[in-house]
Design a protein around this ligand. Structure first.
Ligand SMILES: Cc1ncc(COP(=O)(O)O)c(C=O)c1O
Length: 430
């Protein structure tokens, strides 16, 4: 049995897949709210020019610039795909399990894929600094890394409930030269309005996005870089699924079920969209499952226009949302604690192509399954990626009960080497 497939450097996809022209119905565009200034007219002041162009592109395939391909090589692409043979044995399942190793990354996660592209474009446009939000800290680290390679400064607003317990990741970002602030912070006007009322405010991704946007708007040499949700971010991440498709050809298999965790949607979209394209264009019957937390089950929210950030600086996006001002309790897989889901994935969910499962906020079932994965496969998933593992294991257990020999593919979006205090808290590893 083949245990692992990697690709040669010249087999890395040289184009990103843009699913928008293949969607079953037109993607609703961003919209302005009824009151206040036009957020859409302000987009060129908020976003990197090339990313804004890609956001609205209707081209099916977009060439990856040579400079970005070089950065991918530096960051260790391609990434391997494994057959989880030990896990299958332990679960005594007839299912075949495969996982993509996005944890083979200099900063720990899939987030480098779009960070490198965005910093490449930001530098080419003449910016000196990038600002951003981060939840788990993986996106902040990825952007700090990409900015360092591109010769840009980087400012990160980090959701306080996570900033407080991931000290090593904080030092990691600082080693990469980033300025990092717990959010809500006293550094921005909006952050200050919340911070002064409650300096212990746990924060949220929606709040941290507002702070990053405000910071970049006040500095003409800075631009804002978003780590998820938007069309161009998911498109940059399709390198994951495109590689996986080639790897499945070498395994001589094809997934019946594709699973990944979903916060704003970037790793789920990156992994699943090429396979979803096969469903839409080639009549494949693959089922897609997004793993979420019950503290932020945004795919079970309502499908409507809502803001992407708390302070309403962004345009409104048509998406599944829990409401941009909704309070959500912190969890260890905090990168999943976001109120809205990417418009592309929301549309596909609305049209019945994506199922979802949301796990209890105590995270015990999730982390117990991640522990089984560790004991059998030897890799420590990031807390967010533990949700992918858990949903894949739950599907494999269903196959044991039904006797079905399904092929299940899941994405390990990051490693948890800097998240061990989270595992310790949930599993009591003293
Ligand atoms: C390792 C990892 N996986 C998944 C996520 C969830 O984000 P997204 O839905 O954009 O992949 C995060 C977010 O921080 C993350 O750090």
């Amino acid at each position: 049995m083949i245990q692992m497939v990697n690709l040669r450097h010249d087999e890395i996809p040289s184009r990103w897949y843009n699913i928008i022209p293949d969607l079953p119905s037109p993607l609703p565009p961003p919209r302005d709210p009824e009151d206040g200034p036009s957020r859409i007219a302000n987009l060129p002041n908020l976003m990197i020019g090339e990313c804004l162009k890609q956001e609205f592109s209707r081209e099916n395939w977009i060439d990856i610039p040579g400079g970005v391909m070089d950065l991918f090589a530096k960051a260790g692409r391609p990434r391997p795909m494994f057959r989880a043979a030990n896990l299958e044995k332990k679960l005594d399942t007839p299912a075949k399990l495969y996982y993509k190793g996005e944890f083979y990354s200099p900063t720990g996660s899939h987030k480098v894929n779009t960070a490198l592209a965005q910093c490449y474009y930001a530098k080419a446009q003449g910016f000196k600094r990038v600002t951003t939000e981060t939840g788990a800290g993986q996106w902040g680290t990825a952007l700090a890394y990409a900015a360092a390679l591109a010769g840009l400064k980087c400012t990160v607003f980090w959701v306080r409930s996570v900033y407080d317990w991931k000290k090593d990741r904080l030092s990691f970002m600082k080693l990469l030269g980033a300025d990092v602030y717990a959010s809500p912070s006293p550094m921005t006007e909006f952050g200050r309005s919340l911070y002064e009322k409650n300096p212990e405010h746990v924060g949220s991704l929606g709040i941290a996005i507002s702070e990053g946007l405000e910071d970049s708007q006040k500095d003409p040499t800075a631009t804002y870089s978003l780590g998820s949700v938007l069309n161009h971010v998911l498109m940059h991440q399709t390198i994951i699924g495109l590689e996986a498709q080639t790897q499945f050809e070498i395994f001589d298999d094809y997934p019946d079920i594709v699973v990944s965790c979903l916060g704003g949607g970037s790793n789920f979209g990156g992994f699943a969209l090429p396979f979803l394209g096969d469903v839409l264009k080639k009549g494949k019957k693959t089922k897609f499952i997004a793993a979420q937390s019950q503290v932020a089950p945004n795919l079970q929210g309502t499908y409507r226009y809502d803001f992407a950030d708390y302070a309403e600086i962004t345009p409104m996006l048509m998406m599944y949302t829990l409401g941009h001002k909704t309070d959500m309790a912190p969890v260890k897989g905090d990168g999943l604690r976001y109120h809205g889901c990417s418009p592309i994935l929301s549309l596909l969910r609305h049209e019945g192509f994506i199922d979802t499962v949301a796990y209890p906020g105590d995270e015990k079932h999730v982390f117990e399954n991640a522990r089984i994965f560790m004991e059998t496969e030897g890799w420590l998933p990031a807390p967010e990626s533990a949700y992918s593992v858990c949903a894949a294991v739950d599907e494999a257990v269903k196959c044991r009960e039904s006797g079905e020999k399904k092929t299940i593919a899941f994405n390990i979006s990051g490693h948890g080497f800097l998240d061990i205090p989270g595992y310790r808290a949930v599993l009591g590893l003293e």
